[in-house]
Design a protein around this ligand. Structure first.
Ligand SMILES: [Zn+2]
Length: 433
């Protein structure tokens, strides 16, 4: 919900200008390459019992909550590319992923598997010091190890379970990588080219499976300018349908699941919104899994996909100040391309791509993981398919599922292109001595 101002054309290095590349994804990947929970209607309310999804080897918390039945209506015409439930995504991964590896990188508080899809080869060898040590020493290569100049892209979606756009984007990105086309049959040569120039991809379609399973919908009904329902599904609320709301929900972490009503898709089954976990204390299993993965892979760039903006918007993380120039370039890559594709307030890449317009986030998982492993780690907020912030002005409607998917894929494409062309952390911040 921000506006943006002019910038110059983005300088882009050619591949031949980036020294020290060792392993390209193309050497590994041929580049031409609810919970249907029981809805028990009672006169006014619906009771959703999560224990119905218990599976062998997965132990889920048993609790129930009440959501007004109207809030659980789905559209009748859900597009075939709109895969968002845990089951849909898992089935898609099993069926589609051949070039990559599906890996369980952790288990949620509710006992659900957190799955990542990995492409390319990981960094080999280890550094000689901690990330903090490398900053003190003045050369981050001492932390990143012998192949510090490999480029590693990581992205995660559905840290908040009710934010479906990022899941759709991730699933379709995986489809492009695996088949050359998204699930609409559209080719993305820019994505194909970008991944051919990156060494490693790590994609997590559903980071908070507990929160995602808590919302028994594949797709929310579009409600024009009324955002009560998506807000309720995200932040929870009372049995009568009144919302807890944002940011009020953040006053209570962990949230008390014994309260009446619905606790929303933000928290895991321990009641914790992992975007705001206790990062320096005892972490939730989802957060710990992300931290372990980030420590192992040492990504250069992490894109954290959320929903909650009028136009797609990337926030400046509260992390290392030294990474601000890299963030500025990333912002230009993403926002200018969104603008020329009609997915920002104006079609002017100079206006929309100006990083001075980026808001700075608070201390959250993005900054925390930056300080943990040195990655430039940013949150991206998407518009929602469930309501329109534009309808009041009757501007071109950008919340169509097609446009939302286009924005997701353009964001991934441009973020990966940025990483490929700028060479990653070892090139952004050369040794200080
Ligand atoms: Zn979110």
């Amino acid at each position: 919900m921000k506006k943006t101002i002019p910038h110059d054309m983005i300088p882009r290095k050619t591949q031949s200008e980036i020294p020290g590349k060792k392993t390209k994804l193309q050497s590994v990947i041929p580049v031409r390459f609810i919970i249907l929970c029981f809805l028990i209607p009672i006169t006014v309310l619906t009771v959703v019992n999560l224990s119905c999804r218990r599976q062998q080897s997965e132990k889920h918390s048993a609790y129930s909550f009440r959501i007004p039945p109207d809030y659980l209506r789905e559209p009748s015409d859900i597009p075939s590319f709109w895969l968002t439930s845990c089951d849909e995504v898992n089935n898609f991964l099993i069926k589609t992923v051949h070039k990559g590896q599906i890996q369980t990188v952790g288990t949620s508080a509710g006992g659900r598997q957190i799955r990542a899809v990995l492409y390319g080869s990981p960094r080999q060898g280890k550094g000689t010091t901690t990330f903090s040590g490398s900053l003190g020493f003045g050369d981050v290569r001492a932390y990143r190890g012998p192949d510090h100049d490999k480029t590693v892209y990581m992205s995660m979606a559905a840290v908040h379970g009710g934010e479906f756009e990022g899941i759709v984007g991730m699933v379709n990105l995986i489809s492009v990588i695996e088949t050359g086309k998204d699930l609409r049959g559209k080719e993305w040569p820019g994505i194909t080219e970008a991944i051919s120039e990156i060494d490693r991809l790590i994609l997590i379609p559903i980071t908070n499976p507990d929160g995602r399973e808590r919302i028994p919908l594949r797709m929310e009904l579009y409600r024009d300018t009324i955002y009560t329902v998506p807000e309720y599904l995200n932040t929870g609320g009372m049995p009568d349908g009144t919302i807890t709301g944002w940011p009020q929900i953040k006053e209570f972490i962990p949230i008390d699941f014994s309260k009446p009503g619905f606790q929303g898709g933000y928290p895991n089954d321990a009641g914790v919104n992992i975007q705001h976990d206790n990062f320096l204390g005892k972490k939730q299993p989802e957060t710990q899994a992300l931290f372990n993965l980030a420590e192992r892979e040492k990504p250069d760039l992490i894109i954290n996909m959320h929903t909650g903006a009028l136009y797609m918007r990337m926030d400046r993380p509260l992390g290392e100040p030294a990474l601000h120039p890299a963030f500025d370039t990333l912002f230009k890559y993403v926002h200018s391309e969104l603008a020329v594709n009609g997915l920002q307030e104006t079609n002017d890449p100079a206006i929309e791509g100006n990083p001075a317009r980026a808001a700075t986030g608070v201390y959250n998982i993005d900054g925390a993981v930056n300080w943990h492993c040195g990655a430039l780690s940013v949150v991206v907020e998407s518009p929602s398919h469930a309501f329109s912030g534009n309808s009041a002005t009757r501007k071109a409607k950008i919340e169509s599922p097609d446009n939302l998917l286009n924005a997701q894929l353009i964001c991934h494409q441009q973020a990966m292109r940025f990483l490929a062309k700028t060479g990653g952390r070892s090139k952004w911040l050369p040794a200080s001595k």
